[in-house]
Design a protein around this ligand. Structure first.
Ligand code: NCD
Length: 360
């Protein structure tokens, strides 16, 4: 077993539901009285390394640190850093983590945050790794449910759009499946369907899920509808993206089939899946959700900085001679020096960076 040196937030599953609830409740407390926390990170530095575009995640992390009294360094365009000179992920993150007290990273490859955590010299928070996970978004979604529905249990949640490539919905399923009475409805086309490994996790935790390709039909039973963008950057061809990009649109007519106490979330950015005239409906919660993101990230930064003892398992399995992850987007396919760790049995192995399966 290889443990992390710090309280790294790579996958919420590493932390457990008591820990998530503690962060969500702290975030809610900060929302009600932010002044109380305005000096909590006095003298601390947070580095944000964004190898992929971002508005909300990056700026909400930065705002969070500034509102806690700390300062920020980092890049939002790797082309203006030494990455453009060919520097590998290990060297960049090793150096930056020796400058900062906490490091937040977004990267286009699945498993990149875990790869960085192997050698980083400060705690790292995964701000999105390829199509894999997005833990701080899930905590934001939990805070939104906690404040707007008053509970994180007994909810029927519809996930609509690109469930195949959307890291936000993968993270959400992995976290909320542990709560009592959560039922998921997957609303997508077969091409955009939820990966099998996520469905397996839901089945293993006895979390109910159904699939319904019709948004119009599925919306009637939902407590929360989570709309997502078709992830253009994760498609092999523009043609394939174009054939799927308009698969779902929550217009007013469809929303009107939903209950009055429904809430509509979206991690944003939206493209055409929610027309702007839906924004005025009181059930449209996505702008407030984005605002909650700052308070969740304040709570996350504080918890990680004060919880120096809580290391997480990075690798529980082992390396196998000649076995490679077959996911072309896995970080091990790009950063070749990384040790290839797999968990599972000899005929079905799972890559410990990206959770993809290798059948031997
Ligand atoms: C999401 C992301 O980056 O995964 N956005 C966000 O962080 N709020 C969703 C998306 O890009 O579609």
């Amino acid at each position: 077993m290889v443990m992390s040196k710090y309280t790294d937030i790579i996958d919420l599953a590493d932390m457990g539901s008591d820990w998530w609830l503690k962060v969500v409740k702290l975030a809610s407390d900060i929302y009600d009285d932010p002044q109380k926390y305005s000096k909590a990170c006095d003298g601390k530095i947070m580095a944000t390394l964004f190898y992929e575009p971002s508005t909300r995640t990056q700026m909400s992390f930065q705002t969070a640190m500034l509102r806690l009294g700390g300062t920020i360094i980092g890049f939002d365009n790797p082309a203006t850093s030494s990455v453009a000179k060919g520097e590998n992920l290990k060297d960049t993150t090793k150096i930056v983590s020796s400058y900062a007290d906490i490091m937040v990273m977004r990267h286009p490859n699945d498993g990149a945050a875990k790869a960085a955590a192997i050698t980083a010299d400060c705690p790292i928070i995964n701000a999105g790794d390829g199509g894999h996970l997005h833990p701080s978004q899930t905590l934001t979604d939990m805070l939104t449910l906690y404040r707007e529905k008053g509970r994180l249990t007994d909810l029927t949640i519809g996930l609509c759009g690109d469930l195949k490539n959307g890291r936000t919905v993968h993270s959400m399923c992995k976290a909320l499946c542990g709560f009592k009475g959560i039922k998921f409805v997957f609303i997508s086309t077969p091409e955009l369907g939820m990966p099998k490994y996520i469905k397996d996790i839901l089945m293993a935790s006895s979390c109910e899920f159904t699939e319904n390709p019709s948004l119009e039909d599925a919306i009637k039973d939902l407590d929360m509808l989570y709309m997502t963008r078709v992830q253009k950057e994760r498609f092999a061809s523009e043609e394939e993206y174009n054939s799927l990009k308009d698969a779902y649109c929550l217009d007013r007519a469809k929303l009107n089939k939903g209950r009055q106490d429904l809430i509509v979330l979206h991690p944003l950015p939206r493209v055409d899946e929610i027309p702007m005239d839906v924004d005025d409906d009181p059930r449209a919660m996505y702008f407030k959700q984005a605002k909650y993101g700052v308070f969740v990230r304040m709570a996350l930064i504080l918890t990680v900085m004060n919880d120096r003892e809580h290391s997480v398992p990075l690798f529980t399995g082992k390396t196998y001679n000649g076995v490679e992850c077959r996911n072309p987007n896995c970080i091990t396919r790009k950063e070749h020096y990384l040790p290839r760790y797999f968990r599972g049995t000899a005929d079905l192995l799972e890559c410990e960076y990206c959770d993809d399966r290798v059948l031997c």
